[in-house]
Design a binder for this molecule. Structure first.
Ligand code: ZN
Length: 487
């Protein structure tokens, strides 16, 4: 089976056929950085991170571009309310987003362009649209003429007469049609602006994505993604701008479902408690990622404390097996299996495209990234592995562990991945670290005993002093030496 993806434009699941064989170009609408991220923002990032990982695991060379909207009405309002320049608001919040993406184990994009760094590209695009008769200047703004583009409304499934007026101009009097949307906004006093042939101003939100997507991925590229709330007007307008200018633009449109709050009281305090930084005081990053990943990416994910707790418990079941199995196997000298990119071992045949991954997992992922079905394969593998451990079937446990880690790697959820180790992320790896320190101290004390036995007291004292220096206090008791870390 080959990869099938739901294409919003086709309203159907279509086989993924890239423009260039073996390559995949992906553009994702990133954050408008007017506030720090909540877990709804993170859901979009995590869903598309799984897409990127699956494309890569399937052998595609991926180019991934995710933009940052760093100039926009909401940023200007936040800046004004806080009495700081807009670029401080943008910079601060962009850092908060980057931190949250990293915390959740999202692969960084190959390029992360900011709108304010691409004004010349936007000016060129406006000029092309005006020359082709699809845009016009008026009252200091520049508008897209929706009646000039017959396919306007196709993505969101609307006829032009159903489309609501665009509410993006302060003074719509200059518009030829109330549905015409703003490509360029004339500057108001005190606002940041750039000079253009049509007067000083700043870009409209939709224009920047068209300009940046084609700059980095070409006039035609494979996949454009974003949240379902962006289908209209944002993506509808991106298509109109780019296609009316003569670009092929995106060939597949993928949209993730939103994070719903209907089950919870919609209060400001709940809104704040869903900030990524706040949620991460209650659950670990890998557990939050599991929660965001486990539902199908197109479904609405209704937030509740119980659902989050269930996800945490499910992730910990997986984690417990991975930690236990790797400890048992390493004690037996069977090594920590699965250290490769996909957790592969030598048993995998060279002709096997995705060695280590069960067929049920692959076909689930190929079927429009059906993570719930893929996770069923994950949990079945954990059950098999636990049974093997209980039966002291080491070879069986090892096979399960290798298979499991290969699947978890695709979902970005392998508890032993370096990303989770060392972060506040994995209690499993913290425990392992403590075990290793304990073994090292024990080894050192055995050498001290050996030195004493051969009456080499200078060496024995040097070992004790050395341990003391790095903060390990040793006390000799009738039952043998005991040690603890100095406080
Ligand atoms: Zn966008």
């Amino acid at each position: 089976m080959t990869l099938q993806l739901h294409d919003t434009a086709a309203r159907a699941v279509r086989e993924f056929t890239p423009i260039r064989p073996g390559e995949a170009s992906v553009y994702l609408c990133g954050a408008t950085v007017q506030a720090p991220p909540h877990i709804g923002h993170l859901r979009s990032a995590v869903c598309f991170d799984v897409l990127i990982r699956w494309l890569e695991a399937s052998g595609y060379r991926v180019t991934f571009c995710r933009n940052v909207t760093d100039i926009e009405d909401k940023i200007l309002r936040t800046a004004q309310a806080g009495g700081v320049p807009p670029w401080i608001v943008a910079e601060r919040n962009q850092r908060a987003f980057t931190w949250a993406y990293d915390a959740a184990g999202c692969r960084p994009p190959d390029v992360e362009p900011r709108a304010t760094g691409h004004i010349p590209e936007m000016i060129v695009l406006i000029r092309r649209l005006i020359e082709r008769g699809h845009a016009y200047a008026g009252g200091g703004d520049v508008y897209f003429d929706v009646r000039s583009w017959a396919e306007y409304g196709a993505l969101s499934g609307q006829h032009l007469d159903q489309v609501r007026p665009a509410e993006d101009a302060d003074d719509a009097a200059a518009k030829r049609d109330p549905r015409d949307f703003t490509l360029w906004k004339g500057a108001k006093p005190g606002e940041p602006y750039w000079e253009t042939p049509w007067g000083p101003g700043r870009p409209g939100w939709h224009l920047e994505c068209s300009a940046m997507a084609t700059k980095y991925l070409g006039s035609s590229f494979d996949i454009h993604g974003g949240g379902m709330d962006l289908i209209f007007p944002h993506h509808e307008n991106e298509i109109a701008q780019s296609c009316a200018a003569g670009d092929g633009f995106a060939r597949y449109w993928m949209h993730n479902g939103l994070l719903g709050l209907s089950g919870e009281k919609m209060s400001k305090s709940l809104g704040n408690s869903l900030l990524v930084t706040d949620v991460l005081t209650r659950v670990r990053p890998a557990e939050l990622r599991y929660y965001l990943v486990q539902a199908h990416y197109r479904s609405l994910l209704e937030y509740s404390e119980e659902a989050l707790d269930e996800a945490v418990a499910a992730y910990q079941r997986i984690e417990r097996f991975v930690t236990r199995a790797s400890e048992v196997l390493s004690r037996l000298g069977m090594g920590r299996p699965g250290m490769g990119r996909l957790g592969l071992d030598a048993a995998a045949g060279p002709e096997d495209e995705l060695p280590g991954l069960p067929v049920s997992f692959r076909s689930a992922m190929d079927e429009d990234l059906s993570v719930p079905a893929a996770l069923a394969a994950v949990h079945a593998c954990v059950r098999d592995g636990n049974q093997a451990l209980a039966a002291s079937d080491k070879a069986g446990a090892r096979a399960s562990l290798v298979r499991l880690r290969a699947m978890l790697d695709v979902l970005g959820l392998d508890p032993l991945a370096p990303h989770w180790a060392g972060s506040a992320g994995s209690s499993g790896s913290a425990e392992r670290l403590r075990d290793v320190v304990g073994s090292l101290v024990k080894l050192t004390l055995q050498q001290r005993d050996a030195a004493r036995a051969r009456r080499d007291y200078a060496t024995a004292d040097a070992i004790r002093d050395g341990l003391d220096e790095i903060g390990v206090l040793v006390e000799d008791t009738p039952e043998g030496p005991r040690w603890e870390l100095k406080r």
